[in-house]
Ligand binder design. Structure first.
Ligand SMILES: Nc1ncnc2c1ncn2[C@@H]1O[C@H](COP(=O)(O)OP(=O)(O)O)[C@@H](O)[C@H]1O
Ligand SMILES: [Mg+2]
Length: 591
């Protein structure tokens, strides 16, 4: 944060792309922001060895030369957090980008302009405010309601506070007197260093899911609200579509979307698309509760390195207002490559696949900031993190994927085979997992399905058996498998087709409420049990699979919408009738 220490100077001795070394005169601190060269480019001290500082620069360093000066700022690399964030697109250091054409120019003096925001005071002179307390509310017409917070380090008595009105977010609109008698101005925004987690009163155990409306996630591999998930997958397996689907549908109050483009045009797609997306629940623009942080290919890799910490900091800021925040990062592999690039330029000893040895701890610094918390002023807030990983040649044993696995609790492995078969979401049920099943079973219990953990286990064991049997069938031929095994294949196929498959683009099926997920799950379990009984009475599996009701069962997600859940009961009756008929005929044939 700000300090009154005299600023230190240094002289640049060596430059390589976005990183440089400088001989220091005076003392710099690690993560201190620095102004580089005569154009005063924004940089950050990332190492200090004696009299030498290593600095990464967040702008194009063309034209910079050894001998050029570098000045410390006395404060850590920080971003301004305030009511203007929602609805906008920023670079990795939270400098505004105007839609497609980034207008970030070198130099530190960028502002978000002189926009004003409608402020309503929530405190009055004489009130004692704790760190993180909300002293005002902001009701923008073009964004969800927000609060103005006392910065985490400050506490005191309100001396002055502005009347309701429109103010710039930088303007001091009030002041607090601390215990020592010093007065501190407060404004609608404040600075926070991106690499330092914002403090909370306490972390609390996860309770419910971050509900996504995607069956394969909510019902099979759920993520907790305040949880951490990763989706690794090769090119074209549906990571970006899934991230966008989650951004649209998950039950978060605020979405932070950080895009590290795989290729320039891909990021451009997101930047184009997001501003036109509609919030399906309210019909309002999704951007009203979204912040996008983008790294286009023409930006320095250092900005990409910083971007995920910036994004997490912004997420924590909304969490501290008592909101449910979901952060999507697409793709963290491009972020790791930025880390590798910078490390390589510094001549650091490379570890696995050329990544620096500290790759893993940096990933931990990111994922560990996901949390379900009691905020400083005792509200409940959460930040959930969902990172996409794009392993080269879809090899999940590469370092970024393996380290990510250590820090996430939900792992959604996207499978190229499924994607090629246009089976979406292409989540491979055998490689994916969730470690929060016990904590989240209460959610399903409260929604009327105490049997959820068993049903889920049953689905998964069918899918495991299917994998084994299909390999066997490839050798001996499917028809020579025993009836019981053919039955397993039939049921597993139904789980896949009717339940796991869900098109992000289907108006009926792109979102599935808890009630519909339960109805579908129960109906499939009912099918498994009824068909088992029929087979015990000598009905043949091929006859079951030829029943007219099978087609309707396989397509139930598409055909039965949220408004006609009783159609699931009709389908159950149909199934009963057709099974009874088959069983009767089988008995006659035997007799
Ligand atoms: N859930 C989905 N439903 C329907 N189609 C999908 C889905 N996910 C991906 N696709 C298709 O696959 C294509 C590639 O997906 P994308 O998310 O861009 O892959 P990735 O980001 O992993 O490279 C999309 O353009 C779309 O046609
Ligand atoms: Mg993508």
């Amino acid at each position: 944060m700000r300090s009154n220490a005299p600023v230190a100077e240094a002289t640049i001795t060596w430059i390589s792309g976005p990183v440089l070394r400088a001989m220091t005169h005076g003392s710099f601190r690690i993560h201190e922001a620095a102004l580089v060269g005569r154009r005063r480019l924004l940089g950050e001290v990332i190492r200090i060895n004696g009299n030498e500082a290593v600095v990464q620069v967040y702008e194009d360093t063309t034209g910079l030369r050894p001998g050029d000066p570098l000045t410390g700022t006395g404060s850590q690399l920080s971003v301004r957090l305030g009511p203007g964030l929602l609805g906008n697109i920023y670079d990795g250091l939270l400098r505004p980008l105007a839609g497609m054409g980034p207008y970030v120019r070198p130099g530190i003096n960028q502002s978000r302009g002189d926009r004003t925001f409608p402020f309503i005071p929530l405190a009055k002179p004489g009130d004692h405010l704790l760190p993180g307390a909300a002293f005002g509310a902001i009701h923008r017409t073009d964004a969800r309601p927000q609060h103005c917070l006392v910065p985490p380090g400050l506490e005191g008595e309100v001396v002055r506070i502005a009347d309701a009105g429109h103010y710039s977010e930088k303007l001091a609109i009030g002041s607090l007197r601390d215990e020592a008698g010093d007065t501190h101005p407060i404004s609608m925004s404040h600075h926070w260093p991106v690499r330092r987690p914002r403090p909370v009163s306490s972390r609390i155990p996860v309770e419910g899911p971050l509900f996504t409306g995607q069956r394969v996630l909510d019902s099979i591999f759920p993520i907790a609200c305040g949880g951490r998930a990763a989706m690794p997958g090769g090119f074209g397996t549906g990571k970006t579509v899934l991230q966008e689907t989650l951004a649209k549908w998950c039950d978060a109050d605020v979405i932070i979307y950080v895009g590290c483009g795989e290729r320039g045009n891909e990021m451009a797609g997101v930047l184009h698309e997001f501003p036109s997306l509609e919030d399906p629940r309210t019909g309002r623009p999704l951007m009203e509760r979204t912040v996008i942080i983008a790294n286009t290919s023409n930006m320095p890799v250092s900005a990409r390195e910083a971007s995920i910490y910036t994004a997490v900091t912004v997420g924590e800021y909304f969490r501290d207002q008592g909101m449910r925040v979901a952060l999507m990062a697409d793709s963290t592999s491009r972020w790791a490559e930025a880390l590798r690039d910078i490390s390589g330029r510094l001549g650091e000893l490379p570890s696995e696949a050329g990544y620096p040895a500290y790759l893993s701890s940096r990933q931990a610094d990111f994922y560990e900031r996901a949390a379900h918390v009691r905020t400083l002023c005792r509200h409940i807030g959460s930040l959930s993190i969902i990172g996409a990983v794009s392993p080269p040649s879809a090899d999940f044993s590469e370092p970024v994927t393996t380290h990510t696995k250590r820090y996430v609790r939900s792992f959604w492995a996207l499978d190229a085979g499924r994607a090629q078969a246009r089976f979406y979401p292409a989540i491979d049920p055998l490689q994916s997992y969730s470690e929060d099943i016990d904590a989240l079973s209460e959610f399903w219990n409260q929604n009327g399905n105490p049997q959820w953990p068993e049903q889920r286990r049953r689905f998964l064991s069918l899918l495991e058996d299917q994998d084994r049997l299909e390999r066997m069938a490839r050798i001996v031929g499917k028809d020579s498998l025993p009836q019981r095994q053919q039955h397993i294949l039939l049921c597993a196929d139904l789980v896949n087709e009717a339940f796991l498959r869900q098109s992000a683009f289907s108006p009926v099926d792109r979102f599935c409420t808890p009630a519909r997920q339960i109805a579908m799950m129960k109906l499939i379990i009912y099918f498994i049990e009824q068909s088992e009984k029929a087979i015990a009475q000598k009905v043949r599996v091929e006859d079951i699979s030829a029943l007219p009701v099978m087609r309707r069962l396989r397509r139930m997600g598409e055909e039965i919408g949220e408004d006609d859940l009783d159609k699931f009961d009709e389908l159950r009756l149909e199934l009963d009738q057709e099974c009874t008929e088959l069983t009767k005929r089988a008995a006659q044939n035997v007799g």
